[in-house]
Every structure is written in structure tokens, then in C-alpha cells.
Design a protein around this ligand. Structure first.
Ligand code: DQA
Length: 146
């Protein structure tokens, strides 16, 4: 099984950016924890980060036909990007939306996700573990089905 892990705008700054909110780990460290988890689960992952909405959509269109599911932290695109939502919906893949911070406990505008209604589920507020739990959940769910 193969999964796409997508990180949206500004997540390349993890480890430096608002550490109180997003934690100390860099994106490279999170990707490496995910790789370790993927090896344990015996699945393949491809991680991608971009600050550009278009580049993320291009990646989804190119890679999703070869994938079984997707984990995405859309960053601020979560709150307004209808074109990202359309691209995700078009893949027909199971998607888990993740957030490092609890988007419901912050500014009011962050509590709205335009991605959540088309996602299988959402994990918000568990720091880097949000990603790891999302991968575990997706793999477990897909294995139950096959
Ligand atoms: C975030 C939450 C978003 O509101 C914010 O714009 C981010 C990160 C999170 O992981 O907590 O860039 O998605």
C-alpha cells in the first residue's frame, strides 16, 4: 500500500515557527518518524511539502492514481482553498486531514475547514503524533477492507 503525505504552506518552517503552538520538531524529523512508522506497518509513503497551492494540486493529480490514501496538513489552505478541496475530492481516495495544533481552540477563522467535509476524518491538536496516528488509522481501515 502506498500513501501520500502532503504538507501545505509554511510547514517547511516547523522547528522555527511558533514552537509553542507547533512544537519543536522540524518537518524533516516528522517525515522521518513517519517513514519509520511506515516501515513498521510495511507500507510505502511519499512526502511532499509546498508553499504553493498549485504545486500541491499538481502533486495530487500526478501521484494520486498510484496511491491508496492520503494524509494532508493543508496549513492555512484548510480554511479557504476550494480548489484544493476539489482536487482532493477528485482523487476518490480516503483522506485524513491532520493539524499539529487544535484548530478549534485558536482564532475563530481557524475553526472552519473546507477540507473536513470531504475527508474520512480529521486529527487536530496532537502535535507530530497527529500524522502518525493518521497513518495508523488509514492503514488499519484499508486492511480491514481487504
Ligand atoms: C495548521 C493550522 C493552520 O491553521 C495553520 O495555518 C497552519 C498549521 C496546524 O497544523 O496546526 O499552517 O494546519
Amino acid at each position: 500500500m502506498k500513501f501520500l503525505i502532503i504538507h501545505g504552506p509554511n510547514l517547511n518552517m516547523l522547528g522555527k515557527r511558533e514552537k509553542i503552538i507547533y512544537g519543536e520538531k522540524t518537518l524533516a524529523e516528522i517525515n522521518s518518524l513517519l517513514k519509520k512508522q511506515a516501515e513498521e506497518l510495511e507500507v510505502e509513503i511519499i512526502s511532499f511539502q509546498s508553499n504553493s497551492e498549485g504545486a500541491i494540486i499538481d502533486f495530487i493529480q500526478e501521484q494520486s492514481p498510484k496511491a491508496d490514501g492520503m494524509i494532508i496538513n493543508p496549513g492555512a489552505l484548510t480554511h479557504y482553498s476550494f480548489c484544493l478541496r476539489d482536487a482532493l475530492l477528485d482523487t476518490k481516495l480516503p483522506i485524513v486531514e491532520v493539524h499539529l495544533s487544535n484548530i478549534y481552540a485558536r482564532e475563530e477563522w481557524r475553526a472552519k475547514s473546507v477540507i473536513a467535509p470531504i475527508a474520512k476524518g480529521q486529527i487536530s491538536g496532537l502535535g507530530w503524533r497527529s500524522y502518525v496516528f493518521a497513518l495508523q488509522a488509514l492503514v488499519s481501515e484499508l486492511r480491514d477492507k481487504t
